[in-house]
Design a protein around this ligand. Structure first.
Ligand code: SF4
Ligand code: SF4
Length: 102
């Protein structure tokens, strides 16, 4: 975890991929970006990136188009909640496991 000292008494941390281990194994739903709706993908310019800003694990790139690192995405759904274009769908990943459990 990144920490930085500011003056004598204050410090803070920044999230980053892998800080919580391979958190992709926690996931039961996967965020999928619809590039037809994603603003930077549609406009072909750097804009929006609210998903990048709000992802608590820092696993979305700030590039065109944004890319999610599924090794570390834990499926929290914050990116989908914050996307102003409704471009991120949370897709169930438990279908196969449910079938096997029958
Ligand atoms: S928040 Fe939505 S529209 Fe904005 S860059 Fe991310 S996926 Fe694209
Ligand atoms: S669901 Fe979205 S906000 Fe949550 S960890 Fe995955 S990419 Fe980040």
């Amino acid at each position: 975890m990144g920490t930085r000292e500011c003056g004598r008494f204050t410090s803070y941390s920044e999230s980053g991929p892998g800080d919580g281990g391979r958190t992709g194994s926690w996931r039961v739903v996967r965020p999928v970006i619809n590039l037809d709706l994603c603003i930077p993908a549609k406009k072909k310019k750097k804009a929006c990136f609210m998903c990048w800003l709000y992802c608590p694990d820092g696993v979305i790139t700030r590039e065109i188009p944004p890319v999610i690192d599924y090794e570390y995405c834990k499926g929290c759904g914050i990116c989908a909640e914050e996307c102003p274009a409704g471009a991120i769908e949370m897709v169930d990943e438990t279908g196969d496991a449910r079938e096997e459990g029958k």
